[in-house]
Design a protein around this ligand. Structure first.
Ligand code: NAD
Length: 354
């Protein structure tokens, strides 16, 4: 089925309100999830909402959680997300980073203990809207690992996202926003829910041999997701673990730590004001010329054109804003189950169905 962004957002907002969150935080979280769907990242869209509701129930997600500044050294801050909605505390921490980068030219913000931050590009886009460059190293802890290290047949890491964003004048920012696993794990779940196979290279079975069946991630003996780019992606995943996790979160995937089934993100975020380097004008000139140069590349045989990171998301958004967001039946039924579990009435649910 396809559902409009507005309807999906109202439903998801009401779901979080019914689960105990206030309306402002529920709206902000729902907006973030639906924007991820619009941008084509269904793995980080409303498919996550039932797990958030479950984590509220289990005491892993504090729906009233907001940031607390733990250490403040001006341009360097350590912030606790207090296990609040990542979509709320992530924005709060980013706003602090932008404000400090305006004052100091650069801000380095460590955000620890945020419940799932969702699509990291959102925070980079906030920085770009303020004219800032940003770089984000993120790790994921609190549940069993999913990703095998390079040459490994066992899971040892999470999908640790990395994001880097450059603002553009009068044009959307350049947004490189990616899992360091071959794909974000949610994409494996989306394929599993839809009964689809997954493309080559993404998964290995319990012997470390390639497989296309997402079932290996949901049955025993389990397989693993591969890092992207062989040992290079594995190396970047490790640096996310060390910078986001060890430096900021004081919590990595090493087995001394609890794996209770929650999803906590820790993020090292650097926000830079281009004015303090060669100046915004020069920077913007180079970006425009470089983007034009790349766009002018002769496409490879069979390819339509060369894109800049962030463009596939804009294309998806243009299509889905008009056509609606596709939701598979498994995801929709999980959302309805979550709504019933938090006491939404059949009539309240019915206004979103059909
Ligand atoms: P992806 O592989 O779809 O895209 C990664 C990047 O490549 C994007 O910046 C995209 O714009 C760019 N890209 C894609 N196709 C391109 C093309 N043809 N030309 C140029 N650039 C192109 O994304 P992913 O790795 O599956 O990650 C999806 C989302 O999952 C991200 O938003 C990420 O932040 C999120 N994530 C979050 C967590 C978490 O714990 N919160 C963990 C993992 C991933």
């Amino acid at each position: 089925m396809r559902i409009t962004a507005e309807k999906l957002q109202s439903f998801t907002t009401d779901l979080f309100v019914a689960a105990g969150a206030d309306r402002t935080d529920s709206t902000q979280t729902a907006e973030h999830l639906v924007l991820a769907n619009l941008k084509g990242h269904d793995s980080h869209g409303v498919v996550m909402a039932p797990s958030y509701v479950e984590n509220i129930k289990r005491g892993f997600l504090n729906p009233q959680g907001h940031i607390e500044i733990v250490k403040d050294a001006g341009g360097v801050l350590l912030i606790d997300g207090c296990a609040g909605f990542g979509q709320v505390v992530g924005r709060e921490a980013t706003a602090v980073g932008i404000e400090r980068a305006r004052e100091n030219g650069i801000a380095c913000v460590g955000l620890r203990n945020a419940h799932h931050l969702g699509r990291i590009g959102t925070y980079g886009e906030m920085c770009a809207e303020a004219g800032m460059v940003s770089v984000h190293f993120v790790n994921v802890v609190g549940h069993e690992p999913l990703v095998a290290p390079y040459n490994g047949a066992e899971r040892r890491l999470q999908t640790n996202p990395f994001c880097a964003v450059a603002p553009r004048e009068n044009a959307p920012p350049i947004v490189l926003d990616m899992a360091t696993s071959f794909v974000a794990f949610g994409k494996v779940k989306v394929a599993y829910n839809a009964g689809n196979l997954i493309r080559d290279g993404v998964l290995v079975d319990h012997d470390g041999l390639p497989t296309n069946d997402p079932k290996v991630m949901f049955s025993q003996p389990g397989g693993a997701v591969q890092p992207f780019g062989l040992y290079k992606g594995y190396g970047l995943a490790l640096m996310c673990e060390l910078f986001g996790g060890a430096l900021v979160g004081e919590w990595t995937m090493q087995p001394e730590h609890e794996r209770s089934g929650t999803v906590i993100n820790n993020m090292l975020m650097m926000v830079l004001n281009p004015d303090v380097f060669g100046g915004t004008e020069r920077f913007q000139h180079e970006i425009t010329a470089m983007v034009d140069y790349l766009h002018d590349t002769q496409p490879a045989k069979g390819a339509d054109r060369v894109r800049i990171p962030g463009e596939p998301e804009l294309e998806s958004m243009a299509e889905r804003t008009v056509e609606g967001i596709p939701i598979d039946s498994q995801t929709w039924s999980e959302l309805l189950d979550a709504a019933r579990a938090v006491g939404m009435s059949d009539s309240a649910i019915a206004k979103f169905s059909g």
